[in-house]
Design a protein around this ligand. Structure first.
Ligand SMILES: [Zn+2]
Length: 74
């Protein structure tokens, strides 16, 4: 299920229908809260420029993979 959403988001970002999380302003956040929740669920990447997190590297401007150790806490 997560993978399915992830593919859709990446496609939407590629098609320019959705901005990367890095470009979201407060209006975008409120408008796409559900997407934000899905996008940041179990994040695998962080943005090294603005510290946002996402489970797709397409959602960030400067994605860097989070260490595996950080994911083993839950
Ligand atoms: Zn960023």
């Amino acid at each position: 299920m997560l993978l399915r959403f992830s593919i859709n988001w990446e496609l939407m970002v590629v098609m320019g229908k959705v901005k990367t999380l890095c470009k979201w302003g407060s209006k975008d956040i409120l408008k796409h809260l559900e997407t934000l929740g899905e996008w940041t669920d179990e994040p695998r990447y962080a943005c090294k420029k603005c510290a946002r997190v996402c489970n797709s590297k397409k959602g960030l401007c400067k994605p860097v993979a989070l260490p595996v150790k950080a994911m083993s806490f839950h």
